[in-house]
Every structure is written in C-alpha cells, then in structure tokens.
Design a protein around this ligand. Structure first.
Ligand code: MOS
Length: 746
C-alpha cells in the first residue's frame, strides 16, 4: 500500500461536492425533451405487432383489413419488407445482437415483432395492428431451463464468458474437511426503464437523424448504419435525456431498426415508441439462471474450493448468457476456483446485459452459499467471510488496485449492530410478534473503462465549453462529469458549459459496466489538462508572464489560474494568458486512459458489504425488508449525493430481485403473463423502509488518473443474498430460488 500512497492524485474543489442534478429543473418541470417528444412535420407513427406465441410461424395476417383503415398508410410484413443492406444476423459492433426484423414468418419468442403498421396517428396505427389479427401454426414452446439441453457456447464476445479454473480442484476437494453442494435459481427479469424504447427517425438522402435514447451514442450509430449500408458518420444520434436504460439501451434493437427502415421506405419521419407490454421480448432481459455451487472448507474454516456452475437461458438464435458464475472469481480466497457457463436455448427473446449482468445473479447465489457454508462451520457469516478474505485476487494472485472491503465490513456491521446477532436462526421477534432475521452479503463489481474522447474549449471570457457524447440515464452523469471538467481547468462549475448527448460530439463511450464516470470523466479531465498544458507552455515562454521560465510540470490549475505548485503566489489567470496571446479561445483534446501495465497487473473492483433486516409475519409469512445498510468502497466519489442515490437504487433493485421480480411465462403459449407493471412486481415506496448507504474513502491511483471506480451496479450485488440470508435467519427456512415469495415460506 505504500506504493499506492507514493503516486500523487489530483483533487479539485468541485469534485466531492453533493451538487444536485444540473438537469433536475428541466426534468421536474417537463421541459426536458425525450426522444418521443420530437414531432417533426409530416410524421408517421409506427406500431409493432408482437407475436402472441413463442414458437411457430405466422400463417396469416389480415393485411387487407389493416390497410383498409383510413388512417393506416403502410403495413410492413415479411412479404413486403424492403431489404436491409446489413445482415441482421451479423453483429457489427461489440454491443450488438442478432435482431428480429421481419426476416421471415418464423416466430422465435413471444413479443417478437411480426408486423409493423404505419399510420397518420398513433391511434390509427394501433388499430391497424389490431386488425391484422394473426393466425399461427404453433409448436410447443421451450421456456423453462429444463426444457432443453445445456450447451457449451464458444466463449468470446459479450455474454459468452470463458470457463475459468485456478488451482487443483480435485486435490482441494479431496482435502476439504466439509462441504456443501447447493443449487440456486434466479428468475427472468425485464429491464423496464421508465422511458420505453423509442425512436424518431428522419432520412435526408443517405443521411439519417435519430432521436433515440442511447447508452452508447457513437457506437449505436455504427450499429444502425450497418443495417442501412451507410457510413456510421452519416448517422446523427441525439439522446439528450434518457428515462433509464439498465443496459437495454446500449444495443440496437429490432423494433427501432424497423422504424428507421419504415422512414426510408415512406420518405417520411417515423416515430416508434414501444408500449410497456412490448418491452417484454425484443429489447433484452436478464435470463433465468440455475447455479450449482459446491464449496468446501478445511478444519479452520478456510475455503478449500469454490466450484460454481452456471446454466442460463439464451434465445434459439443468439448466444448471450448471464455470466453468473464469474461472481465466484475474484472475491474469496480459496485454494481452487472453478466457474463454468452453459447456455440453454429457449424460445425467448435474447437476454442481454441488465444492471450488474452476471454479478447480480451470481452474487445472489454465491452469498447464499457462503451463508450456508458459514452455518456448516458454525461461524458467524461475517467472521466466515473475514477468514476467507482475499488479500490478493484469488486464482491470479494479482494485487488489488485498492480494496477497502475490510473497512466496509467493519463500518457496515457497526452501523447495523451486527455484533448483537444471535448465531442460530429463529431467535428474534419484535414487539408485534414478527420474526426478525439478520443477514449479510459481500458486494463486488469490476471497474472497467472503455474508450472515450472529449474536447475542452477555454474561452476569452474565462468560461469553458466541454464536449463529449456521454449518456445521462437519469443518474446524474452529466452533473458528475461537469464537476470533473470544471476541476480540470480549476474553474467553478458555473463557468462550465457542458454539451453532451449528441453523436456528432467526441465519442463519450458507453454508459455501461458502471464505467461511464471513470471513462468519460477521464477523457474530460485529460481534455482540460491539455488546455492547461498548452497555456502553461505559452506562459512559461512569455517574459511578460509571472510564470516565465517556470517548469510546466509544476503547474496546477486552481481558482481560474495556473499556479506553480508549492508557490501559489506565482501564477496567472487563464484568461490573461489567452488574452496576451491574442487568442479568442484555446482547444484541448483528451481520451480516457488506464495505464496498460496497471490494467494488466492489478485486480480492479469496487467492493461493499450489505446488511439486511427482515421481519416476517409468522402466520401469513409476509416479508418486509425493514433495514438495509450498505457500505461501499468505490474509489473516489465525485458527487456523494448522486453516488449514494446510485448505490441506493442498486440496493432497491436487490430487494426487487430477492422478493419481487419475475417474468412469469404461460407454459402453453410461452407468453409472459405479467408483461405490465400490474403483474410484474417491483418494489414501491412502501416496500422500502430504512435504507442507509455508507461510502468508504478509497484512494486508487491505478484505475485511472482520477481514482474513480463506479457505483452504478454494485448495489444489487450483496443485497440479494443478504435478504435471503436474513429470511433464513428469521425463519430457519433456506429458500434456494429468487424471488422468494410468501408461498415459499408457508
Ligand atoms: Mo449496464 S447492464 O452495463 O447498462
């Protein structure tokens, strides 16, 4: 750790402030323009017709009836769909899937678009779609994990994790004093951002303008351009605001491609906005998993092995797997570690990344298994985790870039009151006779960085413009990014204009993997520092500057000036340097960067510990999560208000995963029966009681120059297991599937 401290880190005055969202006023007053708020002249409305069977073919569509509707202008089916230039079964970018765009009359999952109707009004298009009245030839759908054989899918691209094995599993297994062999199942979940997928598409010759929510603006342009045989640079994607995304808006989808195609076919702007029901199928989901966990310990309760086998669903035509078993790599010290992934092809839409893909499901099972193993050893669950604390990354032996997990355990446990927990289950009751249980789980999420660029322009009036195509899903990314930008020039945030949400700006990368602030933030920081470097050279070379002759390497930007570090009296205003040079403005460029040797040699994760209290009615078995305390160490926190809100949101999703969310298929048709917010349960305010988030300070000089890890997804991990373990502690019942429902405890 002394090595850590010897690397200097820069801290500005805007970062660390709990600023409110810069777009908050626009959001709450309704002036923020979302994709579907655009109404270009001569607009046509598109409505998808989703399949109501999961497997078979469309035998008949009453196209004539739909076309006879006076407000319907076109009906697009596999029979008349204009050709696409790019093969929809090809994946043009790393964030691409095979998409369903009326290639043929085959139905591969319920909710698959089987026609698109265009109308002069949304009502006409909706009515036209209803009039199509499809008839199907049906086959028995396979929608449960046991309805097809698990296959090994070739690892490589997104969602196809490799099998990993470290150490000698056989020896470790033979030497273990005791072990468990347990299987956990998680349910399919659907993203359901508040804003459903939408697009307003306009063609101008072979140029395309898209108003579309996107988590990866420039990458999305390349994806959509592929299908239409145009250069990515011909696509302008505007995504100023998103009403959430959770991963589903990083990837081109079939319905959106069809709407763009409809715009080209008709020569008119086309708007499509999926209904809530249509979100269930063609735009990704978190696939169901079945996870077998075998753990063993020696006499001293040290883990001999963790063997984590994941089986998860994928579609019949693509290959994304929920990489759940990865959760067992990198967390607990064990002599031998193994994780495998197998896919089961089902008649469902292709699963996709969904907030904490892999880790959410994997951590749920792993943290329960750890609780079961702790119980077998007779140890307190926290004590058991501490005994198996990894000082270096298990398997690889790499040092962590930073890891304040011990502090998370200690602080979380202290705030929760964990030391008062009775070891045995079913020992606590509250004054109302409710069974009370306490459980905990470890949180972990990696901290990737993607490629991103940014541009900074310092202006003569002392203000600055920062530009990058970053995506703000609603979490406040633009606010945190503007704080970083302001610090890079040493300016107050009021002097910063931040322009984003348009693909024509420098590529801000992907808002995914919890890496957006680290990625786009690093690029912004570098662009601002590029300005300072240029100004510093100008000043150092100018006899009229107080900085003349000083070493540029010692310059720092602060309070609108460049100062010599350690000699702040020696400095000059940024605007003065510009002015003397006769410049109206000065531009800097920057890119996201992580030192390759650090990326290679260090294990990089955010960590946390989550403690849960549940109260359960002993007769009705109704469950309440009455307290959640999460302590997280995620590197440098740029905006504590927004970071805590992200961590809190993740923990709430943990409640949702543990107790609520499940897409319920009708086994006969393969349709999702609860494809709406009436039947697809997520927590409401009344489900969330006392929720506390603690952030633990962590200086990490390796992850990036700013020491930022990421907070978007880690909150789910740890929480799900903590709740299930609390239910076990309250009731003595161990439930090995999610969500856990009343009927499981009856
Ligand atoms: Mo996320 S599932 O990386 O948006």
């Amino acid at each position: 750790m002394s090595d850590t401290m010897s690397r200097p880190m820069r801290f500005g005055s805007n970062s660390g402030q709990p600023l409110t969202r810069r777009d908050g006023l626009a959001k709450v007053t309704g002036t923020a323009t979302f994709a579907a708020d655009n109404h270009p002249r001569n607009l046509l409305y598109a409505v998808c017709l989703p399949a109501t069977i999961a497997r078979g073919r469309v035998a008949h569509l009453d196209v004539a009836a739909a076309e006879a509707h006076p407000g319907v202008s076109h009906v697009m089916t596999p029979q008349n769909r204009p050709p696409l230039q790019g093969d929809p079964s090809e994946k043009p970018t790393m964030f691409s899937f095979r998409i369903e765009v009326l290639q043929d009359d085959t139905v591969r999952y319920a909710g698959q678009p089987i026609a698109m109707v265009l109308g002069e009004t949304i009502e006409a298009a909706t009515e036209g779609a209803r009039l199509l009245n499809p008839r199907y030839e049906t086959m028995t759908p396979r929608i449960a994990l046991d309805q097809n054989e698990p296959e090994a899918l070739e690892p490589g691209a997104l969602g196809r994790p490799a099998d990993v094995e470290h150490g000698d599993m056989q020896t470790a297994r033979n030497s273990a004093a005791q072990g468990i062999d347990v299987t956990y199942e998680t349910a399919p979940q659907y993203h359901n951002a508040m804003e459903t997928h939408a697009v307003v598409a306009q063609w101008d010759g072979d140029r395309l303008i898209l108003d579309m929510p996107s988590q990866a603006l420039v990458l999305s342009c390349a994806g959509y351009a592929h299908f239409f045989g145009i250069p990515a640079g011909n696509v302008t994607l505007r995504s100023p605001f998103l009403g959430g995304g959770f991963g589903s808006k990083a990837i081109p989808t079939g319905p959106q491609v069809l709407a763009i195609l409809a715009a080209r076919m008709t020569g008119r702007p086309v708007k499509l906005m999926l209904t809530r029901q249509q979100m269930f199928g063609p735009v990704g989901h978190r696939g169901a998993t079945r996870q077998r966990l075998r753990l063993g310990t020696d006499d001293a309760a040290a883990l001999s092995f963790i063997d984590h086998e994941g089986v998860s669903e994928t579609s019949s035509f693509d290959d994304f797997l929920e990489p759940a078993a990865n959760a067992s790599q990198g967390l607990y010290a064990a002599q031998a570690l193994r994780s495998t992934h197998r896919g089961v092809r089902l008649d469902v839409g292709t699963p996709s990344p969904m907030r904490a893909p892999g880790e959410a499901s994997g951590s749920a099972a792993l943290e329960c298994a750890m609780d079961e193993m702790a119980e077998a050893t007779g140890l307190d669950p926290l004590e058991f985790r501490l005994r198996n604390y990894a000082e270096t990354e298990p398997g690889t032996g790499k040092p962590y870039s930073s890891k304040a997990l011990r502090e998370c355990y200690a602080e979380g446990a202290r705030r929760f009151g964990w030391s008062r927990r009775p070891l045995a289950p079913r020992q606590m009751q509250d004054a109302d006779g409710m069974l009370v249980g306490w459980g905990m789980g470890t949180a972990l999420f990696p901290c990737p960085m993607f490629a991103a660029d940014a541009r900074a322009t310092l202006r003569a009036d002392g203000t600055a413009l920062f530009e990058t195509s970053a995506a703000d899903m609603g979490q406040g990314a633009w606010t945190a990014l503007a704080q970083i930008a302001a610090d890079s020039l040493g300016l107050p945030i009021e002097k910063i204009e931040f322009r984003s949400g348009n693909s024509t700006l420098p590529d801000g990368g992907i808002a995914g993997g919890s890496g957006h602030t680290a990625t786009a933030g690093s690029a912004l920081d570098a662009s601002g520092r590029d300005v300072i470097r240029q100004l510093g050279s100008m000043a150092a070379a100018d006899p009229a500057s107080p900085l003349h002759g000083a070493d540029n390497a010692t310059f720092q930007a602060r309070d609108g000036r460049i100062e010599v570090e350690g000699d702040p009296a020696r400095g000059e205003d940024l605007a003065a340097i510009l002015h003397r040079a006769g410049l109206e403005q000065l531009e800097g460029q920057g890119s996201a960067f992580r030192k390759p040797e650090d990326a290679e040699n260090r294990a990089m994760n955010a960590h946390g510990a989550v403690f849960a209290e549940v109260k359960i009615d002993p007769d009705l078995c109704q469950m309440r999560v009455t307290r959640l305390v999460g302590a997280f160490a995620a590197g440098r926190i740029i905006n504590p208000r927004l970071a805590e809100s992200q961590l809190m949101g993740g923990m709430i999703w943990g409640v949702s995963f543990a107790l609520h969310e499940k897409a319920q298929h009708d086994p006969r048709t393969g349709r999702i029966m609860n494809a709406d917010f009436a039947g697809y349960h997520i927590p409401v305010n009344a489900d969330i009681r006392d929720l506390e988030v603690i952030t633990i300070h962590e200086d990490d000089p390796y992850v990036n120059a700013l020491g930022i890890k990421g907070v978007g997804e880690i909150g789910i991990t740890g929480t799900v297991g903590a709740i299930a373990n609390a239910i076990r502690h309250a009731t003595g019942r161990r439930i090995r599937h999610f969500p856990i429902r009343i009927e499981d405890l009856l």
